[in-house]
Design a protein around this ligand. Sequence first.
Ligand code: HEM
Length: 494
Amino acid sequence: MDLPIPNWPELLLATICFLFMHYINQRNKPIVSWPLLGMLPSLAINAHCIFEYLTRALNRAHGTFSFLGPALTNFEFILTCDPKNIKHIVKTNFSNYGKGKDFKEIFDDVFGDGIFVAESESWRIQRKMSHAHVQSKDFRTFLATTTQDLTDSGLLPLLGRAARQGSQVDLQDLLIRLTFDSTCTSILGRKAGCLSPGLPVIPFSKAIDDGLEAIFFRHVVPRSWWKLMKRLEIGWEKRMLHARHVIDEFVKEQIAITKSELESKGSSEDLMTSYMSSNRSLSNTFLRDTMVNFLFAGRDASGVALSWFFWLIFENPHTEAKILEELRNVLGGRTSIPLEDLHRLVYLHAALYETLRLYPPVPIDQKAAVHNDILPDGTMVKAGTKIFYSIYSMARMEWIWGKDCREFRPERWIGEGGELKPDLEFKFMSFNAGPRSCLGQDMAFTQMKIAVATILANFQVVVVEGQNVSPKTSVILLNKNGLKVTIKERPLQA
Ligand code: HEM
C-alpha cells in the first residue's frame, strides 16, 4: 500500500499546529519547554529581562523549579529563591554544596585557584588568611582614608564641574570608577587612575568587563558550545583570551613593583604588601590569583549598589530627607565623616541594605551538590546537579518579604529601639551567608557610607527624567544604560 507523501506546506502547517498546541499545554508551567530544545528558547527570548522573567517563573513555581536545556547537552539545573532551601545549601548542609566542576572551568581563565573558585582545604586556608588581613584595624583605616581621599580629590571636583556647567554625568560610571580606584589602592597599594581627567579607559578595568561578559555567556549556553568557541577563538571567547593576557600582565607588574618596594615600604596597609610581608615565600601564582579574586570582587559591586541607591533615594524623596537629617546630626557641619562615626549612620545603613535587597549586585549565585540530597521543600537533588538561587527574585516574593516587597522601605531594617535589625532567616542573600559569606561586606559598607556622606554633604543628585532604568543581563546587576544625573550644589547645613 502506498503511503501519501505530505507536501512541504502541509508539513509546515502540521508543525505550527503541534507547536501551538504544545505552547497552550505548557503556558502555565514556570517556563515553556520545547521539544528537543527544552527551556533554552524561552530563556533566550527573554534574555533582555532575564531577572524579571525568572522572578515570574519562580513565582509560578512557588519558589523552586528544574530547568531543562536542549536534549543531549546535559544543560540542567535547579533554580530556587526559597530561603529554607538556600539556608540548607549555604549553611545546614554546607559540606554537600561546593562550587562544582563546571564553576571552576567557567571561572578558571581569570580566577585561577583563588578564593572564589577554591574548595575544601585550599579554600579554608585562603579564607583564614584573607579574613585576618581584611579585618585588621590597619587595613580598615587604610581603606577608609583611601576612599575619603579619592572621593575628595577625584569625584567631588568632577561633580563640582558638572554642577557649574549644568551638564549631565553618568553617575553609575563615576561611582564604579571611584570604588574600583579605592579597591585597587586597598588591594595593590596603587590606584588604577579611573577618575583621572578625561575619565580614561583603563585596560585592566576593560579586561574585567570582557572577562565578566564571557563568564556570563558561559553560564547560559551549553558547555560544549562555549568550549568550541574557545577553541576557535571567536566571539566573547576571543575577548576573554585577550582579557586574561591583560589581567595577567597588569598583576604581574604590580607584584614586581610591590616586591621591589617591600624593604623600603615595610608597612602592611594594602592587602598585597600585608600578604608579602607576613609570608615572604608566597608564590607569584598564589599572589596573582589572590589579588585578581579580590579585585574582581571589589571592582563593581559597591559602585553598582551606590548607583542604584542614588536612583532609589531620588525616587523616594522622603527617604532622602531622613538620610540628610541623620547626616546633619552626625556630621555636625563637617563635610566628610571619620571612620569611627560610620556606625552612627544607622538609617543610611538600613537604606543601603534595602538597596542591596532590591538590587543585589550579584543577582544570582550558584552551588553544585556533591551527593544526592533532598531540599527542605522536597526537591530531589542528584549528585552533581547545579543549583542557582536568584537573590534578585527573593526580594520580589510577597511570601518572603510581604505585600510591600517591591517597595523601597529602609524602615524594615530598623528595630523598635532604633537599632539595625539583622536578617536571621536567610531572606537577605546579597552578601551570601554561612561559611562562604562575603569577606568584603564591612569594606563595602565603609566605601559606600563614605561616598554617600561626602556626596550628599556637598551636592544634590537629580536623576534625569525619561531614561530607561533597568538591570542589564550580566553577572553583576548593572543599570543597562548607566544613570544620567545632573548635580546641584547643596552644602548641608548643620
Ligand atoms: C556591595 C558590595 C558587595 C557585594 C554585594 C558582595 C557580594 C558577595 C557575594 C554574593 C559573595 C558570594 C559569592 C559566591 O558564592 O561565590 C561574595 C563573596 C566574596 N566577596 Fe563580596 N561583595 C561585595 C563587595 C566585596 C568587596 C569590596 C570585597 C573585597 C575586595 C569582597 C570580597 C569577597 C570575597 C573574597 C568573597 C569570597 C568569599 C569566599 O568564597 O569565602 N566583596 N561577595
